[in-house]
Design a binder for this molecule. Structure first.
Ligand SMILES: [Zn+2]
Ligand SMILES: [Zn+2]
Length: 87
């Protein structure tokens, strides 16, 4: 991998990591793979995270689980109906 490829891969994976964190996987980590590629490990402090077809999922009833705000597309905790902007 060239340095340029690594920078592009890193930029891509930090976006993936940010998206995973926004979905409540607060203990997610970024690791380097065998070939200098980057891998996101989604982890939640409140449940055993299950990854199904590459999509991280919280256990049923997890406090950190998120859903879409009823007023917009923001991801918010399941215990809230609306995000800060829509309240
Ligand atoms: Zn969880
Ligand atoms: Zn909203």
């Amino acid at each position: 991998m060239t340095k340029r490829d690594r920078v592009a891969a890193y930029n891509r994976i930090t976006r993936v990591l940010a998206a995973v964190l926004a979905r409540g996987f607060d203990q997610s980590t970024l690791r380097t793979g065998l070939y200098g590629d980057y891998i996101v490990y989604p982890r939640c402090s409140e449940c055993e995270t299950v990854v199904i077809s590459g999509v991280a999922t919280h256990e049923n009833g997890c406090h950190n689980d998120t859903h879409e705000c009823k007023g917009c597309n923001n991801r918010i905790p399941v215990r809230q109906d609306y995000c800060e902007d829509c309240r």
